[in-house]
Write a new protein. Structure first.
Length: 88
């Protein structure tokens, strides 16, 4: 039985940390783009997500990757996967 167990498809987003003031929690803003149906102009939408940062590694300005997980609190549904780029 050396089969690898695959998890369900989970959303993975990449965004910037805008707050790390809470303990073990970061706030990440994720930008998505959508074309306007008539004018074809790209419109930017942004959404904030709260993510679990167990080791308090991420700081404000970092670009991070977050993954969907089970509910961790009333608002937290994501966890930190990796820090893609550190802020200066």
């Amino acid at each position: 039985m050396s089969e690898s167990i695959e998890r369900n498809h989970r959303h993975v987003y990449q965004g910037q940390v805008i707050s790390d003031k809470n303990d073990k929690t970061i706030t990440v803003v994720v930008d998505t783009y959508k074309n306007h149906p008539v004018y074809k102009k790209r419109i930017r939408y942004s959404k904030k997500y709260y993510a679990q940062d167990e080791k308090n590694e991420a700081k404000v300005g970092d670009t991070v990757r977050i993954m969907e997980t089970r509910p961790l609190s009333r608002t937290k549904r994501f966890r930190l996967v990796e820090i893609v780029k550190k802020s200066v």
